[in-house]
Write a protein that binds this ligand. Structure first.
Ligand code: URA
Length: 430
């Protein structure tokens, strides 16, 4: 095997690297033998020259092998995991896991924290009093065996190479590389041990990938990596131009997902995406349950309660939401139809209110967030409430109000003029 410098030079010159060279640098880095500066140079070379699918598969395999793979073989059935590339108001996982588990499909769901303007399932779940996201491998296996699902953090043994590489990418301008993002996401999913992986790849203003084309390239790459590792892949693309559902934040999103599972009236787009992804996953593993029936019968809600309680959470604490006093409301200054709500601005405003992090180790305010009172398509009048703000007080509120107001567009247009992609839900890739 060539030296680390030779491997970096080969990538710098745009050569395709064989598997053993990629392994040598990734595993050398994890073992502390390849220093940060060499890994950083390698990552920049990858960023600038790209990687083929074969190289990206090798990179992913090396990252998986840098740690342990969760052994779910003791759990009968086809085990499922889900991943969304992140968005604003995306609380689909909370409902999805409950529906799948209620269908009898074992779900070992590993989730992450918020990143940039995209929220994280772990942050949302931690807004439920007592909820424990840190489970050991044995606890994961035990809980999925006994109640059919868990939603937890990756253990520290899952793809440790990714942790180190991600930290370097974050500070070396090498985050936005499709090979590096795809290997990062897929290494963690593959090491999570599930047989079937459902990916919801987001595109649009509120997503990590702004353009549909870039997101699609990434989606195909992630699918190929999964297939190369023997996984069944179900890949969906969905728009993140406008927030998903009416709630953006932490507890407020848990409340929206819980209300959906309790058959309360739910935002149409959110509801269809949950059903679409859940039904696809149910069918993919050869189960014949109806996602709609599982929700309407209350079985999915009962399963959600079981999962929360198994992880130490107090479901009643979700109702704290009813007692929270809003910080402010944003009102409409003209009449017409809401034709746009910019997800990126809403995401940034939610972070400003305290729901997200500016730096990795910041804490989040579980009660901060935004409710979209007048979503796209809604007819409004002067004085109608567009959005309600929760969380911080003082001058930040005024700043957030101005931002949120700028996220909305109200036109005298007819409903037909509303951009169709805002109302479109999923788009299957495979
Ligand atoms: N999420 C990840 O886990 N890794 C990336 O590189 C980007 C988003």
């Amino acid at each position: 095997v060539p030296t680390t410098v030779e491997i970096i030079e080969a990538k710098r010159d745009g050569r395709e690297l064989p598997e053993d060279e990629i392994r040598s640098i990734v595993l050398g880095f994890t073992a502390g033998k390849v220093p940060d500066y060499q890994m950083s140079a390698f990552l920049m070379a990858v960023y600038l020259k790209g990687m083929t699918t074969a190289e990206t598969v090798s990179m992913t395999r090396a990252m998986v092998d840098s740690g342990e793979t969760l052994d779910l073989s003791a759990i009968p059935g086809i085990k499922l995991d889900k991943h969304s590339t992140g968005g604003v108001g995306d609380k689909v996982s909370l409902a999805f896991v409950a529906i799948l588990a209620a269908a009898g499909v074992p779900v070992a769901k590993m989730s992450g924290r918020g990143l940039g303007i995209t929220g994280g399932t772990l942050d949302k779940l931690e807004s439920i009093s007592g909820f424990q996201v840190e489970l050991s491998s044995q606890q994961i296996v035990d809980q999925v065996s006994s109640i059919g699902a868990c939603i937890c953090a990756q253990t520290k043994y899952i793809a440790p190479a990714d942790k180190g590489i991600y930290a370097l990418r974050d500070v070396t301008g090498t985050v936005e590389s499709s090979s590096l993002v795809a290997s990062s996401v897929m290494s963690k999913k593959i090491a999570g041990g599930a047989d079937t992986i459902l990916l919801d790849v987001k595109y649009g203003r509120g997503a990590f990938m702004k353009s549909y084309e870039a997101a699609r390239t990434m989606a195909l790459l992630m699918r190929d990596i999964g297939i190369a590792h023997g996984k069944q892949m179900v890949v969906e693309m969905s728009s993140m131009d406008i927030p998903l559902g009416r709630a953006v934040g932490n507890l407020i999103e848990v409340k929206e997902a819980a209300d959906f599972l309790r058959n309360a009236e739910t935002d149409a787009r959110l509801k269809s995406l949950i059903y679409e992804l859940a039904q696809k996953a149910i069918l993919a593993v050869g189960n014949s349950s109806s996602a709609v029936d599982l929700v309407e019968s209350g079985k999915a809600w009962s399963k959600f309660v079981e999962i929360v309680e198994a992880q130490g959470g107090d479901v009643r604490s979700i109702e704290r939401w009813n007692d929270i006093t809003p910080a402010a409301v944003v009102r409409c200054t003209q009449s017409g139809f809401v034709t746009d709500v910019d997800a990126e601005i809403i995401g940034r405003s939610s972070n400003l209110l305290g729901a997200g992090r500016a730096k990795k180790d910041d804490s989040v305010d579980h009660l901060a967030g935004i409710r979209i009172d007048s979503p796209v398509g809604q007819e409004v009048e002067t004085g109608s409430i567009l959005a309600t703000l929760y969380g911080c007080t003082g001058s930040t509120v005024a700043q957030a109000m101005a931002m949120i107001e700028s996220a909305f567009r109200v036109d005298n247009a007819s409903r037909a003029e509303i951009r169709p992609q805002f109302e479109q839900v999923g788009d299957a890739l495979s």
